[in-house]
Write a protein that binds this ligand. Structure first.
Ligand code: ATP
Ligand code: MG
Length: 426
């Protein structure tokens, strides 16, 4: 059996599943392998549960040839099938990568586009070598546009995703410090994310660039169409109004949109909102739909959520953290007008040799502002010089917070995913 034949089966059964626990009758099961599991061992069970077909890569499990495809590598077959489907879809594909704000930008952009067109976007954070092909294979044949999030922690990853998704449009949200272990340096991060621009440069693509990041403007040279957004001198301009916890944006280049009151925390979400405005206007979404869909979007997953607790306001940002998003969150918090401000910051992971230095840099940044209290939690914060409270983990921070009995206080809670900082207010 070849990819053509598998594609014929997919057209009849266009729902892919890789987990038998979530399998529905009529799905095609792809027997992927992970560090702790071998999907091949579940293939027979998948068919028993009603799967229409199974793709496997170990001969020992090739028990029902009429309903199975035996390939040399299931993951590669999944990626090839996705490319095949991509080549049958003659619609704009917008790829989104960058260090911070990919999912937020993807959600904002796709909610704007979906208000006017049939749109398929990456679900949640499925932005890797499995998520990208699965997203493509979820796109129905009558879709008008696709939005694909691409994450990376090594060079050549984005390049490989571009070969499957073949984007026509792209956004790099920003480039900062994250996954330095895998990339080696910020320069490495730049090269890796730049692979999206490289693909679009070679394929007469279009990019949307925030003109407040000169390095992105620089990197985008030579791309056929460069559309800019930002505070001034851009194709699409706006002003952030962020003196309260939630960001509002006044779109100045297109007054018919007017002021957008978002449910997002912080001025650092301004470029994310403007990206959605730029994409919406570029593709012809009506102004009122752009405004209302951005205003209606509320982040989930502890990704910059504002939570009211009695008279306290908690900015919960426990979804992830790296030096650039920590800096953005702290600077934003410093700008909020409130009498009592308390920070509970969990350590940042995956920073390799720079880890202690980056934690110290944050401590130094914190010291420029007067805070009511600062609690540093776990990891390499223990190796820094600081005048603050240090606690081992999120549970200790939760107990500390309970004892304080704060009222009328703003709290910023942020840290790397594995620190579980959301537990602080549970
Ligand atoms: P991941 O790498 O996990 O996929 P992501 O790039 O998709 O992350 P989001 O999930 O959108 O990013 O946002 C995660 C956090 O990044 C937010 O809670 C916020 O702290 C921070 N963030 C979002 N946008 C920006 C931005 N433009 N600049 C700096 N930090 C940002
Ligand atoms: Mg994401």
């Amino acid at each position: 059996m070849n990819i053509e034949q598998l594609y014929d089966i997919y057209k009849q059964y266009p729902s892919i599943q890789t987990d038998t626990r979530q399998l529905k009758a009529g799905d095609i099961f792809f027997a992927l392998k992970g560090p702790n599991f071998n999907g091949n061992t579940y293939a027979a069970a998948a068919l028993e549960k009603g799967a229409a077909f199974a793709v496997i890569d170990e001969e020992a499990y090739y028990t029902q040839p009429e309903k199975m495809m035996l390939t040399s590598d299931v993951l590669e077959t999944l990626q090839q099938l996705a490319l095949h489907h991509r080549q049958n879809l003659d619609i704009p594909f917008l790829a989104i990568t960058g260090t911070n704000g990919k999912t937020t930008t993807k959600e904002l952009v796709s909610t704007v586009l979906a208000s006017a067109f049939k749109t398929t976007a990456t679900a949640g954070n499925l932005n890797n070598h499995i998520g990208v092909p699965l997203t493509i294979l979820r796109i129905p044949s009558d879709a008008a546009i696709a939005v694909i999030e691409m994450g990376a922690n090594h060079e050549h990853e984005i390049e490989s995703y571009c070969k499957i998704a073949r984007p026509t449009h792209g956004i790099i949200t920003n480039i900062g410090k994250a996954h330095l272990e895998g990339f080696g340096s910020e320069e490495g991060v730049r090269r890796a994310k730049g692979e999206l621009y490289d693909f679009l440069r070679q394929n007469k693509g279009t990019v949307f660039v925030c003109n407040e990041y000169p390095y992105l403007l620089d990197m985008s040279k030579g791309i056929a169409t460069v559309i800019t957004y930002g505070q001034q001198s851009a194709d699409y301009t706006g002003q952030p109004l962020a003196d309260s916890a939630l960001l509002s944006v006044k779109v100045t280049s297109h007054e018919d949109i007017g002021q957008i009151d978002s449910q997002l925390v912080g001025a650092y979400n301004f470029p994310n909102v403007m990206a959605a405005v730029a994409v919406g206007l570029h593709f012809g979404v009506p102004a009122e739909k752009i405004r209302s869909s951005i205003a209606a979007y509320a982040p989930s997953n502890n990704r910059s959520q504002v939570i009211k607790q009695g008279s306290n306001t908690v900015i919960m940002d426990a979804y992830n953290a790296n030096p650039s998003s920590m800096k953005a969150a702290i600077e934003n918090f410093a700008g909020i007008t409130a009498a009592k401000k308390v920070l509970l910051l969990g350590a940042m992971m995956e920073l390799g040799a720079d880890s202690v230095k980056e934690h110290q840099a944050l401590v130094d940044l914190l010291q420029r502002t007067h805070w009511h209290a600062v609690v540093l939690v776990g990891g390499d914060f223990i190796k820094t010089n600081h005048p603050y409270i240090f606690l081992e983990n999120a549970s200790a921070a939760a107990s500390w917070l309970q004892q304080q009995q704060f009222t009328d206080t703003y709290l910023l809670i942020k840290g790397s995913r594995s620190m579980g900082m959301e537990k602080v207010i549970l």
